[in-house]
Design a protein around this ligand. Sequence first.
Ligand code: SF4
Length: 556
Amino acid sequence: MSDPRFTAKRAERTEIPRPKRGEGQWALGYTEPLNKNEQSKKDDSPLNVRDRILHTYSKRGFDSIDPADLRGRFRWMGLYTQRKPGIDGGKTAILEEEELDDRYFMLRVRSDGKLLPAAAVRALGTIGVDFARDTADVTDRENIQYHWIRIEDVPAIWERLDEAGLHSLEACGDSPRPFLGSPVAGVAKDEIIDGTSALAEIERRYIGNPDFANFPRKFKTALTGHPSHDVSPETNDIAFVGTVHPEHGPGFDVWVGGGLSTNPMLAQKMGVWIPLEQVPDVWEGVASIFRDYGYRRLRSRARLKFLVADWGIAKFREVLENEYLGTELVTLESPASPVGHRDHVGVHEQQDGKRYVGVAPIAGRVSGTVLVQLADLIEQYGVAGARLTPYQKIVLIGVEPEVVDELLDRLDEIGLSARPSNWRQNTMACTGIEFCKLAIVDTKNRARDLVAELEKRFPDLDTPITVNVNGCPNACARTQVADIGLKGQLVMHEGEQVEGFQVHLGGATGLQANFGRKLRAHKVTSAGLDDYVTVVVTHYLADREDGESFTTWVAR
Ligand code: SF4
C-alpha cells in the first residue's frame, strides 16, 4: 500500500498520464496487489520475519516454517532454500518450487564495500566451517554466500556476524540489495573521490528501514570514485560514478536503470555532478521513484530499467528533482568510460606507499577454511584487511612493500593467486545447479575445469578474454557483458537434450559497453565447451589486427 507519508513528501507532482491498464504503480493510485508477491508483502512486512526466525522457526525446526515466509519473506534476511541435490536441469521448469526445495538454506552476507579486518574475515571463515559444510563463495555482488545452512543455526550465525560488524539483512528480496563499493576506496593513488562515507550513510539510513523494504523488485546500488569504474556501474539500478567538476571539484555522476537478465539494459547516464554529502539524498530520491512509480503488476517488468526506458532519462531527472529532491542538480557531461581491467588483481601502490594486492580464486569459489587461513595471513603480515570485488576477487589493503613477495607465495599456497592466468583472472561463474533452484546447468565446476583446460591450451594469451558462465537466463554472472558469455540451457545433442549453453560473443562494459551478440547457431553442450572456446579463441588470435580487442573483432 502506498504510505501517505511518501505522498506528503513530494513537492509537486509531474504530469504523468494514468495508463489505461494499471501497472500497479502506487503513485498513480494502483495500490491493490496485482500478484502473489505483492500480496505477501502487503500481508506482512518482510522485515518482521526476523523475529519469527529467532524465536519460533529456529527452535521448532524446518517443518514449522510458514510457506509464505519460507518462499517469500526469508529472502529479506538473505535466506533462500537451496536446490534439492540430484534434480537435473531438465526438471527446473516443470517442477513446483516446493519440489525443488531442500531443507537447507543458502545464506548471503553483504559486505557493502566495507574493509573486512582479520576478525571479520575469520568470523566469515568459521561460520563456513562450523555451519555451512565449509562453503563460502565470493559473489559478484561483494557477498559471501554459504550453503547447507540449517534454520536451527541461523541465530548463532547472526550473532557471530553481528560481532564482526556484518549482517545478511536485505541481501535478497525486493529490497536495497548489497551495495557494490570500490574495493580500493580511500587507498588507490589514482582515485577521484572516496565514497566510503556515503555508502555507510545509505546503509545506516535505509537498510532495514520499513519505508524502503518493499520495492517492486530488487534494487541494486553501486558506487565508485575510481577511474576504472570498478563496480560495473552499467549493470546496476543506480550507480554513483566519480567525476570532477571544473569549479566544484570531485563528486559523482548518477546512472540509473541498468540490469541484465532476460531484457538486458545498460544504465543511462544522468549527466550531473553531485557532491559526496548529497549522495544519500539522491539515493533516497531514486529509490523512492522506484518504490512509488515502479511497475508492480508483472514481475518480469518490475525492475527500474523498464521505467527509465519508458520515461527516458530527461523525464526521470525531472521527476527526481521536482518531486523528491526539491532542487535542481548541477549538469555536467558524464565522465568518459575507461578501457581495461576493473578487478584490481595483482600488486598496486597505494596513496600512502603501501600496496594493495588483488587475488583471484577460481570463479569465486572459496571455502570457510580458506577464509580462516586468509585471516591468519592478514594478521601475520600486518595487513589492514580485505575487500571483496564485483568480479569475484578479493583485494588485500595496506600491505607493507617489504612483505609483498613472501605474502604472495603464502597466498598461492591457499589457492588465492595474485599472479593468475588470463583464464583464471577473467572467468566468473554464478551459483548454478549445485545449489540454485532456477539453474539448468552446472557452472562452478564447469568453470573450474574450463579454466584448467584453457590454461593448458593457451598458456601465454597476451590479451584479456572474459568468460562468464551462467546457469540460466537470469545472468547473475553477467552473461551479456563478457567476451564469451554463456547462458545455461538444455541443448540437443544426438537426439537428446543435454546440459549446454547459448553463447553470447563480444559483450563488454566500459568504453566499448555493449551486449554480446547472441548467435543462434552458437549453442554448445557443456561437454563440448572447452573445444568450442578453443576454436573461437584460435580464430580470433589468427584473424585479429594489431591491438584489436576481442570485442572489436567480434563486431567486425
Ligand atoms: Fe541461479 Fe540462474 Fe542466477 Fe545462475 S544465473 S545463480 S542459475 S538464477
